[in-house]
Design a protein around this ligand. Structure first.
Ligand SMILES: C[S@@+](CC[C@H](N)C(=O)[O-])C[C@H]1O[C@@H](n2cnc3c(N)ncnc32)[C@H](O)[C@@H]1O
Length: 273
């Protein structure tokens, strides 16, 4: 078992193993020791149980939506490159690489990439998966690290930006997406809308939660959030076609459209001409 830091553990603790379909991604999942995140999770459950429920729903829905879009794209572009920004220890890249052996998948993160590479070897994970340690907020560093691992800027690239838009400035995020834009490529952008745009039933809950999380995790404030207008402007600046701005697939999720009104998370799917 490999211990995971408390902050990295939290999203994984709220994720259901069933999001990962391939054998090696499931073996990888079983090797994660998420105990460090449990005290934080318990605190959130005690203070804001409704929010925890909403988070679990939204995170699993977003994973469902992202898997659906990436599978659809890779079915029609089986030899595309896939770049997962801020991949962390999420086994999604193992799942993608194993499911699409003709694709070349790159995980990028500032930390844990050596550990993830080691764990991937331990579970006999796919060979078409590369690990890059780089700051996504620094496009030159990002690109040279990817090129060093075999990324080809001329080749169709599918970008998965899940759980990263919060941590870098809007300018940095746009620059990273520009740097990875390829003809015929696509990008999935996951983001959270600002408190004022969240449906009335959940507004107060979301505001309290983001403050609580920032306090507990000592995160830099504010976490970047995008209004639907900003997400649409970003797509336009990138010269992308918006397939969906706030994915219905995500809300449909895995039968998770419950009685819970929508939370702040959104998934956009963009394609490049
Ligand atoms: C909330 S986790 C998301 C993990 C995974 N993508 C998911 O959604 O389950 C955020 C990840 O982004 C990484 N990260 C944050 N800022 C970054 C940056 N500037 N460059 C690279 N990685 C970054 C963190 O190390 C962490 O692994």
């Amino acid at each position: 078992m490999h211990p995971v830091s408390s902050t990295s553990s939290l999203v994984l603790l709220w994720t259901d193993k069933s999001n990962y379909k391939t054998p090696s991604s499931q073996r990888f999942w079983d090797k994660l020791d998420l105990d460090a995140g449990r005290p934080l999770d318990k605190k959130i459950e005690a203070k804001l149980p409704e929010f925890r429920k909403l988070s679990v729903t939204q995170i699993n829905n977003r994973k469902y939506g992202i898997r659906k879009f990436s599978s659809e794209f890779l079915k029609t572009h089986p030899d595309a490159q896939v770049v997962c920004l801020g991949a962390g220890l999420d086994p999604k890249s193992l799942d993608t690489a194993e499911d699409h052996p003709g694709a070349l998948v790159f995980d990028v993160d500032m930390e844990n990439m050596e550990l993830k590479e080691k764990m991937t070897r331990e579970v006999q994970g796919p060979n078409n998966l590369k690990f890059c340690t780089a700051n996504v907020g620094k496009p030159q560093e990002l690109i040279s690290s990817l090129k060093a691992k075999g990324w080809n800027p001329e080749k169709t690239t599918f970008v998965i930006a899940e759980g990263i838009s919060y941590y870098i400035s809007k300018e940095q995020f746009k620059d990273a997406l520009f740097a990875l834009k390829t003809p015929g490529g696509a990008a999935i952008i996951e983001y959270a809308i600002p408190d004022e745009d969240v449906v009335a039933e959940n507004k107060e809950l979301i505001t309290v939660f983001f403050n609580l999380l920032q306090d507990m995790l000592n995160w830099p404030t504010p976490l970047e959030r995008y209004s639907l207008q900003e997400a649409s402007d970003l797509a336009q600046e990138l010269g992308a076609r918006i397939e969906t701005l706030e994915s219905l697939e995500m809300e449909k999720g895995r039968g998770f459209v419950s009685d819970i009104p929508p939370g702040p998370l959104c998934v956009s799917y963009l394609t490049y001409p």
